[in-house]
Design a protein around this ligand. Structure first.
Ligand code: CSD
Ligand code: FE2
Length: 217
C-alpha cells in the first residue's frame, strides 16, 4: 500500500536534520526598513551630509525583491505616468516609497531637493537618463546635456543626488508595468518641494511638494 511505502521511506527525524536547523530567515522588506531606520537613527539624517549613502546603497542591494513583501503597497493608476506609494516615513529623516510605472511612461527631468535618492528595481526594467545640472549663474537658455543613460533590471540599484546631476526615469517596456523602491533622505522633495527642468532650455520650474498615496507625512 502507498501509505506503508511512504512511511518506510521517509526518515523519522527529517524535521530535525542539520539542513533544517541551518535554515536562514529571508532578508525581507521589513528587515530592510528596520536596517534603514537603525542607520538613520544612529547617524541623524537631518543634513544629507551626515548619512552614509554607501551603507544605505549596500542595504538596498542586499534585499532581494519578493512581490509578497510589497504587493500591499502596489497601486497602479493607468491615467498617470507613475504612482508614488508610501511604505514608510521615518520621522522626517527619510521616505521609503514604492513607485509603479506604466509601460512607456516616466518622470519629468528633476532634481532631488538636495537629498540622497536610492532606487532599486523590484519588477520589470527602468531606464535612467542623467543630465548635467544647468549652470545657474549664466542664466543662459540651452539644452540640457546627457551625462549617462542606463537600463536597470530587477534587483539592480542606482543612486543620484544633486551633486551627480538631474535625472529622468522611464519604463522602456511597451507592455509591462515596472516597480521600484525609492529611499529619499532627508525627505526634502515631500517636505519642501523640488524642481523639474525643460530639456530644451534648461529652465527650472518649482513643484511645491512631491505627493504620495497615502500621503507621506
Ligand atoms: N524621484 C522621482 C522618481 S524618479 O524619477 O527617480 C519621484 O520620487 O517621484
Ligand atoms: Fe528621481
Amino acid at each position: 500500500m502507498l501509505s506503508t511505502t511512504l512511511s518506510t521511506n521517509i526518515p523519522v527525524d527529517k524535521g530535525f536534520s542539520p539542513s533544517y536547523r541551518h535554515f536562514k530567515e529571508r532578508y525581507d522588506l521589513e528587515g530592510l526598513v528596520q536596517d534603514i531606520k537603525k542607520h538613520l537613527g544612529e547617524s541623524g539624517g537631518i543634513s544629507s551630509d551626515e548619512v552614509d549613502e554607501a551603507h544605505l546603497i549596500s542595504l538596498l542591494k542586499k534585499y532581494v525583491s519578493d512581490p509578497s513583501d510589497w504587493i500591499d503597497y502596489f497601486y497602479n493608476d493607468t491615467s498617470k505616468n507613475y504612482t508614488r506609494n508610501a511604505i514608510e516615513n521615518i520621522n522626517h529623516k527619510a521616505n521609503i516609497l514604492l513607485l509603479v510605472w506604466n509601460p512607456g511612461k516616466g518622470s519629468p527631468i528633476h532634481d532631488h531637493a538636495n537629498a540622497h535618492c536610492i532606487m532599486k528595481v523590484l519588477a520589470g526594467q527602468l531606464n535612467e537618463t542623467v543630465y548635467h545640472a544647468p549652470d545657474k549663474e549664466s542664466g543662459e537658455e540651452k539644452p540640457l546635456e546627457i551625462k549617462s543613460s542606463n537600463t536597470f533590471g530587477m534587483n539592480e540599484v542606482t543612486y543620484i543626488s544633486d551633486d551627480i546631476g538631474l535625472h529622468r526615469v522611464h519604463n522602456p517596456s511597451s507592455n509591462h508595468v515596472a516597480v521600484s523602491l525609492h529611499l529619499y533622505t532627508p525627505p526634502n522633495a515631500a517636505d519642501y518641494g523640488y524642481n523639474i527642468f525643460n530639456e530644451a532650455t534648461g529652465s527650472a520650474s518649482f513643484v511645491s511638494q512631491a505627493h504620495s498615496v497615502p500621503k507621506a507625512q
